[in-house]
Design a protein around this ligand. Structure first.
Ligand code: TRP
Length: 408
């Protein structure tokens, strides 16, 4: 241990004066003057790597199955040390997945589902266990919620997460108010002791007006990256590596975690990051839970979906048919096409739409119609899966128990 030096773990962005720049952190995602998020710039600022063809091919080779749509289409686009996970796996070493959700609302929107859908794919493809953290404490600290209300939301959200199809023999879901303690808490204080207040300010932007609950939270999100935080799962496997698939706005937490990890004798967690699922109104940030018309919720009816898409989905089509036939749609800003690129699985059909719509032979109405079909089907499937999740199942996923078949 010894003296605390203060290594720089802030990204470049925090060192520079923030003018009217894009802001991406766990609490705010907004593009520069209403434009698009510049992901290249973000990668450079944060110092993450870009996922490329070679990573995707390796994943396909190691799992003997086609890469998930979210990988093929660059929705998961960035990483930290993903090669280390793949190298280790190639040598026959397994790893575990870690992701989480802050339960701030009852209903999840499509953007919330993305990391879970992707984690479920990785669990199946690599045959690895996953720990899923529900940060009911975080939402109590940041939002105007009582402890009991955030705990209730955590359980409700757990149902949506389970509905994504996780394998109970390989999945541990935990809520912080229930699970924090013991080995997990020991790791939290090991981390807390190694991050100075100045570093926390640099990474997270805390100010003197923020209550100390916020300052104390980051270690809670950090330590599920360490197998020793889960003795019932990983006792004797403290050397296991951890891969965290999530949206890139969570990077500040894991920059901090990766900085501390080697100093407490742990592997740095490896990261694989997605871009944000854009709001219906356009691609300047992520969907907002506070504006119901900016997002499609997993609880929306077929009629809601149809109305929202027809009324609010920002179109890159031209304003007259003649002009559209001549110029084609601007696919760069077109939300129906963008949404299809997340959720229409058929590559050939997507390519067809790209060509036809981009050349003006297909109209916005037709593309919206196809999107309505795709999303209605997806939401319907999710609704049915969620309805089948009982309270007993939630208890079973959240029980502190060994998972003897987690690598089968
Ligand atoms: N802070 C995240 C949120 O508000 C929740 C979370 C906890 C998380 N642990 C995580 C997200 C790990 C991604 C990966 O949603």
């Amino acid at each position: 241990m010894g003296t605390q030096e203060e290594p720089k773990i802030v990204g470049k962005e925090e060192e520079e004066e923030e003018e009217e720049e894009q802001v991406v952190n766990p609490w705010e995602v907004s593009a520069k003057d209403g434009g698009k998020i510049d992901y290249d710039k973000l990668i450079e600022k944060f110092g993450c790597g870009r996922l490329d063809r070679s990573h995707i091919e390796r994943v396909e080779r190691l799992t003997s199955r086609p890469a998930h749509v979210f990988l093929r289409r660059g929705i998961f686009f960035s990483h930290r040390d993903f090669n280390e996970i793949l190298d280790a796996y190639e040598r026959g070493d397994k790893y575990y997945l870690y992701t989480g959700r802050g339960p701030s609302s009852e209903a999840l929107h499509l953007g919330h589902l993305i990391p879970f859908v992707f984690n479920k794919y990785l669990q199946d493809a690599f045959k690895v266990p996953i720990v899923i953290q529900l940060t009911d404490d975080e939402k109590f600290l940041w939002k105007n919620l009582t402890i009991e209300e955030s705990r209730r939301l955590a359980r409700e959200n757990a149902k949506d997460i389970i509905a994504c199809g996780f394998d109970i023999s390989k999945t541990f879901i935990f809520a912080d108010f229930d699970y924090v303690g013991g080995a997990f808490y020991k790791n939290m204080v090991e981390v807390a002791k190694r991050v100075t207040y100045n570093q926390a300010v640099g990474i997270f932007g805390f100010t003197g007006e923020d209550h100390i609950g916020k300052v104390s939270f980051p270690p809670v999100q950090a330590v599920p990256s360490f197998p020793s935080s889960f003795p019932h799962l990983f006792s004797g496997k403290e050397n296991l590596r951890c891969l965290i698939p999530c949206a890139i706005d969570q990077d500040p937490y894991f920059r901090m975690t990766r900085d501390v990890a080697p100093r407490i004798g742990c592997h740095k967690p490896c990261m694989i990051y997605s871009s944000f699922f854009p709001a219906l109104q356009g691609e300047s940030g992520k969907m907002s839970a506070s504006d119901p018309n900016s997002a499609i919720y997993v609880t929306d009816s077929a009629k809601d979906i149809k109305t929202k898409i027809n009324k609010y989905a920002f179109s890159g089509g031209q304003d007259s048919i003649e002009k559209h036939r001549k110029l084609g749609a601007n696919l760069e800003v077109d939300i129906p096409f963008k949404y299809l690129s997340f959720f229409l699985e058929d590559d050939a059909e997507l390519e067809h739409i790209r060509k036809e719509y981009g050349a003006g032979r297909m109209l916005t109405g037709e593309v919206k119609q196809r999107l309505i079909e795709v999303l209605t089907e997806l939401v319907e499937r999710h609704r049915a899966a969620r309805a089948a999740v009982t309270d007993e199942m939630v208890d079973a996923f959240m029980a502190v128990r060994p998972l003897p078949h987690m690598f089968d």
